[in-house]
Design a protein around this ligand. Structure first.
Ligand code: AHZ
Length: 309
């Protein structure tokens, strides 16, 4: 991995925190705390270390190959699958919240463990997340273990950049009268989320843009920004059948429907995860996450079809 052309680790080896490395680490500092000092630094150096990389990333990803909107369980599953399959693609992930992860930090929101119905355990095996096998379903001991492991794999990929605290405010479109949607989607309009949420009390503040031939929208259902692209496509009159509106909870039908319906909904925009329930009128499934992972895998597969050309 390199950052700005420099190797990410310039000296020393990265270890996995095994017993031998822990012993070495403890010995490194043992009895030295009284004389302990960090290496010196000037405050502006810290600012520059961060901002130089951030603005360099803004510049690099202003033209991306794929933009994934929403860093929840579906968006990150899509990013993981796509970025692994095609390390040559430049993938920007835009997440409105400061903290990525969406709604899956707690299984069932309060009860720690995360349930995934089979065959979604295959995704866990690929990412390297342990589970208990309960027959038709598997359980990860804490949903945060799922999300943090997935996130760490995605963020370590050199071809992926996560812009968090950043909102997709609009879609970039090109007129295409020959298509049923009337438009082709070819990028996103972004702004820092804190700016976006002040649209009602400030005059319009010029946002940023990312051009990309393919968007994967996984913005979930309702919530402060949820189902963003579905609602925007509806307001643009780009959905011939309009919005379906999310239906009540039915685990069995909901998960199958979300995976089955993961697709390119208008040219240039693939939709995955719970955002599809708002688009198609599918049921919600509550706290079972297999469909989010496999919808992400299918969204990546749909994207790969575009990039096979
Ligand atoms: O912050 C949102 C969240 O992290 C982000 N997001 C939404 N609108 C955005 C915008 N720009 C940038 N305009 C935006 N980011 O998208 C993420 C969506 O994550 P999620 O976990 O809400 O959705 P998901 O489809 O990946 O997973 C859904 C999980 C659910 S909900 C549910 C139910 O209610 O029945 N069941 C499951 C499994």
């Amino acid at each position: 991995i390199s950052i700005n052309g420099k190797p990410a680790v310039t000296s020393g080896a990265v270890t996995d925190g095994n017993a031998a490395s822990q012993t070495k680490l403890l010995a490194e500092f043992a009895d030295k705390w009284d004389s302990f000092r960090f290496a010196p630094i000037r405050e502006s150096t810290v600012s520059r270390a961060m901002t130089r990389r951030y603005f360099n990333d803004l510049d690099t990803y202003a033209e991306s190959d794929v933009v994934i909107v929403g860093a929840g369980s579906c968006g990150l599953s899509a990013a993981y699958t796509l970025a692994n399959a095609r390390p040559d693609l430049k993938i920007a992930i835009i997440e409105a919240s400061v903290s990525p992860g969406g709604g899956c930090w707690l299984g069932g929101q309060l009860f720690s463990a995360m349930v995934l119905r089979k065959p979604a355990q295959k995704f866990l095996e690929d990412v390297g997340i342990a589970y208990e096998d309960e027959g038709d379903y598997v359980v990860v001991k804490h949903a945060a273990l799922f999300m943090s492991t997935l996130m760490s794999k995605v963020l370590a990929m050199p071809n992926v950049k996560l812009f968090n605290a950043t909102c997709v405010e609009d879609l970039i479109t090109r007129s295409a009268p020959e298509l049923p949607s009337g438009v082709r989607i070819c990028g996103v309009v972004t702004n820092w989320t804190l700016v976006t949420i002040h649209h009602d009390d400030h005059s319009c503040m010029d946002p940023n843009t990312i051009n990309a031939p393919l968007i994967i929208s996984t913005t979930g259902h309702d919530g402060p920004f949820g189902a963003f692209s579905a609602k925007r496509l509806e307001s643009m009159k780009a959905l011939p059948n309009g919005l379906g509106g999310m239906r009540g909870l039915d685990m069995n039908s909901a998960e199958d429907a979300i995976v089955k319906n993961t697709r390119e909904v208008v040219p240039g925009l693939i939709m995955g995860g719970m955002e599809l329930s708002e688009l198609d009128g599918a049921n919600r499934m509550g706290p079972t996450f297999g469909a989010m992972c496999l919808s992400g895998v299918k969204a990546a597969e749909e994207a790969l079809k575009v990039w096979e050309i």
